[in-house]
Ligand binder design. Structure first.
Ligand code: HEC
Length: 255
């Protein structure tokens, strides 16, 4: 009995995750080797997300190095004096400081009724496809405090912060009969009610860049591993030729 209980407990988190909006996830199709995409993603992140969310395991200078920006470029484009910053006194953060100028927890609780999660490892816990889908499925819902709801995260407490880029869309429902004979309302499509500054294709690309950046922050060492991996393969190829030549040399009198 104990074993069964333990097994069921192990499954609980899986069930909880699965419960978070039963929708088909869109393919994020990110590319960590695309530095330009990572740079655009970082720009979007500091402009649209960092006011609320921290990135507490990332330092400005490490990020700059990894995504191919000099310290000056980071300072000029990706650092802002944050109104919420708890540590600084209206000064720019330092190159080596953590990217954590998020709003104090009490403010967040007052404004959104919930904590604003740190996004350092969000791509690892939710997955790139989920993030991509989440940022693309905000829709107008007047019954919600922020005026929007989300298909991937029902009853979400976060406003649609990218609405100026994407525009606003209304859900289109279809009703059909469910298995138990009851009517089921299903969200099948969206209808634009307010145009954004980007076309749908441009918005998709922007969201892809942003998710790419979040995947990178979730595991910064991955970029190093890719780089090292190439050298390891090259080394193995070269080694193969020597080993093969040596083998031929050893066996030539036997055959
Ligand atoms: C105005 C403040 C604010 C801004 C700006 C903001 N968020 Fe959020 N975000 C929130 C709050 C509050 C929640 C918690 C929602 C909840 O639990 O209902 C949240 C939740 C999330 C989650 C879900 C985390 C989880 O629990 O799985 C993700 C992902 C996310 N935000 C990403 C982003 C990204 C990417 C941006 C920038 C484009 C951004 N947020 C900008 C307030 C904000």
């Amino acid at each position: 009995m104990k074993k069964i209980t333990a097994f069921l407990l192990m499954l609980a988190p899986v069930a909880a995750l699965a419960a978070g909006g039963n929708i088909k996830l869109l393919d994020a199709d990110v590319d960590l080797n695309n530095k330009a995409s990572l740079q655009r993603g970082a720009q979007l992140y500091v402009n649209y997300c960092m006011g609320c969310h921290s990135l507490s395991s990332m330092r400005y200078n490490r990020m700059g190095q990894d995504i191919g920006l000099s310290d000056e470029q980071v300072a000029q484009n990706l650092m802002f004096v944050s109104d919420f910053s708890t540590s600084s006194t209206g000064e720019l953060p330092k190159m080596g400081s953590l990217m954590e100028n998020a709003m104090p927890a009490e403010d967040a609780a007052n404004w959104f009724g919930t904590k604003v999660p740190d996004l350092s490892v969000i791509a690892r816990s939710r997955g790139a496809d989920w993030l991509y889908t989440y940022l693309k499925t905000f829709y107008v819902d007047d019954s919600r405090p922020m005026g929007v709801n989300n298909e991937a995260f029902p009853l979400v407490g976060m406003p649609h912060v990218l609405w100026e880029l994407e525009g606003l869309k209304k859900p289109v429902y279809e009703t059909h009969e469910g298995e138990d004979g009851e009517e089921v309302k299903e969200l099948v499509d969206y209808e634009m009610v307010k145009e954004g500054s980007m076309s749908p294709a441009e918005y998709d690309n922007a969201v892809r860049d942003l998710v790419n950046f979040l995947v990178y922050t979730g595991e910064p060492a991955k970029l190093d591993r890719y780089k090292i991996g190439v050298w390891v393969i090259l080394f193995l190829v070269v080694l193969f030729f020597f080993a093969y030549a040596l083998k031929k040399e050893y066996w030539k009198d036997i055959h």
